[in-house]
Design a protein around this ligand. Structure first.
Ligand SMILES: [Zn+2]
Length: 64
């Protein structure tokens, strides 16, 4: 499955894509990609707990 997460909070949309067999694997891959983006574009979000970050991603991602 292909998982896509688009971040457009206060900037042009940035899309992160992960091909994975499970939600856990996809989450890991997307968090690895989104981490540096969040740190540079959303310093406020960088303070969120890992749990909150996961919830934010899984509530917004698309699976195909
Ligand atoms: Zn962003």
């Amino acid at each position: 499955m292909t998982y896509t997460f688009t971040c457009d909070q206060g900037h042009e949309p940035v899309t992160f894509t992960a091909v994975a067999d499970s939600d856990e694997e996809a989450l890991e891959k997307i968090m690895a990609q989104a981490g540096p983006h969040v740190a540079s574009a959303h310093p406020d979000m960088a303070n969120m707990s890992e749990e909150d970050t996961k919830n934010m991603i899984t509530s917004a991602w698309k699976k195909e």
